[in-house]
Design a binder for this molecule. Structure first.
Ligand SMILES: NC(=O)C1=CN([C@@H]2O[C@H](COP(=O)(O)OP(=O)(O)OC[C@H]3O[C@@H](n4cnc5c(N)ncnc54)[C@H](O)[C@@H]3O)[C@@H](O)[C@H]2O)C=CC1
Ligand SMILES: O=C(O)C1=N[C@H](C(=O)O)C[C@H](O)C1
Length: 259
């Protein structure tokens, strides 16, 4: 147990995990168990009662479930006054506004929602946003394991939006492209004017390339998660931070800057 400045030991933060039997949830349970300042007090999956989390006195919930389940979970946490760290994907602007609305009635509660907890992935997104204004063309290629339920990935969507914002601020128009799709989807999906291609293949975990191009040169910014442990330092940082960060925080950037 850590010691606070007054010499008294800090109480460990009591953590409940939702989606605890899933690929990420199970990894989060192991990571929390491996610390001495966090206590895993509830591990809940589909079919279990959410009340187990409140009964166990969890102060923070970590949610890695599904886009269909996460909003009900989050609503429940906010109503209970439990802070939440959310890695589950599917957060549109409308969903984020909904969460802000719930939080306005619960000013002490913190929620951190991040499309990617990998530190390298956060940097990749930042570097891509910084590079965006210097290149005419940009395409995102995300690659994941085939059991992933959603496409494009939350990371790719977040990156595309950040790039689109940077391009708009720099006064860049659409990327040059004379191609006509002979087969629908051949040029990928379009998010805020940025093309996104989703690859699914056995053997992959989570990977993304952002390909920029301009006259005579290209720049590729790539990040690879080879193992889900790569997300754990970011998840643990968010659990420790959310208790002193009321309101909604989107992305890990502000937390990394604080640390
Ligand atoms: N932000 C990040 O860094 C990362 C985000 N993800 C996202 O996390 C989510 C989960 O990914 P995986 O663990 O790979 O999926 P998974 O399918 O292995 O796990 C999801 C788990 O949630 C459970 N579940 C479903 N509904 C539930 C409910 N209402 N209450 C409690 N548990 C429920 C399922 O039974 C399953 O065990 C996805 O949206 C994925 O895109 C995944 C990796 C990293
Ligand atoms: O489902 C996954 O695996 C991942 N999901 C997140 C996403 O959709 O961006 C984060 C990471 O890419 C792994």
């Amino acid at each position: 147990m850590r010691e606070a400045l007054d010499g008294k030991p800090d109480e460990p933060i009591r953590v409940g995990v939702l989606g605890a039997r899933g690929r990420m949830g199970a990894e989060v349970c192991r990571a929390v168990d491996g610390t001495d300042d966090l206590d895993l007090v509830a591990a809940v999956d589909e079919g279990d009662e959410l009340s187990a989390v409140a009964d166990a006195g969890a102060r923070v919930v970590v949610d890695f479930t599904t886009p269909d389940a996460v909003m009900d979970n989050l609503r429940w946490c906010v109503d209970q006054g439990i802070h939440a760290v959310v890695g589950t994907t599917g957060f549109t602007g409308q969903r984020l506004d909904q969460v802000r609305d719930w939080l306005s009635d619960r000013p002490g509660v913190g929620v951190v929602i991040a499309p990617n907890f990998g530190i390298g992935a956060v940097l990749m997104m930042q570097f891509a946003a910084r590079a965006a204004r210097f290149f005419e063309s940009v395409e995102i290629i995300e690659q994941h394991h085939p059991r992933k339920l959603d496409a494009p990935s939350g990371t790719a969507t977040y990156t595309a939006r950040a790039i689109a914002r940077a391009r708009a601020e720099a006064g860049l128009g659409p990327a040059p492209d004379a191609t006509k799709d002979e087969v629908p989807g051949a040029r990928g999906a379009e998010i805020d004017g940025v093309r996104v291609h989703a690859v699914r293949a056995a053997g992959l975990v989570a990977h993304q390339e952002v390909l920029f191009g301009t006259t005579g040169e290209t720049l590729t910014i790539r990040h690879d998660s080879y193992d889900r442990v790569s997300f754990m330092p970011g998840v643990l940082l968010a659990v420790r931070s959310v208790v002193r960060r009321p309101g909604l925080t989107v992305g890990l950037d502000a937390l990394l800057d604080d640390g």
